[in-house]
Write a protein that binds this ligand. Structure first.
Ligand SMILES: [Zn+2]
Length: 94
């Protein structure tokens, strides 16, 4: 199946700036691990983007970290509580 006519957009989500993980999780993302301050972080957006692009999908990233953007988004990791988030996708031809 060709993916050259598929575009993807990575919406708001936790960024590598805040997605700290333990070693057991980091092992599952060996190409997307960053270490700083003796902590391990995984870049999930880079992982998703890489996998899509490797299959010919054009990907754009919002670059928004939900943990960082406290005014617009909730973050379970930041707030320690669940809330609802909604995404809407529209096709230009509608
Ligand atoms: Zn962040």
């Amino acid at each position: 199946m060709s993916c050259k006519n598929i575009n993807a957009f990575i919406g708001p989500g936790i960024g590598v700036c805040h997605f700290e993980v333990k070693k057991d999780v980091a092992k599952k993302f060996p190409l997307f691990v960053e270490k700083r301050d003796n902590k391990i972080f995984v870049n999930l957006k880079k992982c998703v983007k890489s996998k899509l692009e490797n299959n010919g999908v054009l990907v754009k990233d919002s670059g928004i970290c939900t943990y960082c953007d406290t005014n617009r988004y909730f973050s379970y990791r930041r707030d320690k509580q669940l809330k609802t988030m909604l995404a809407v996708i529209l096709n230009k031809s509608i």
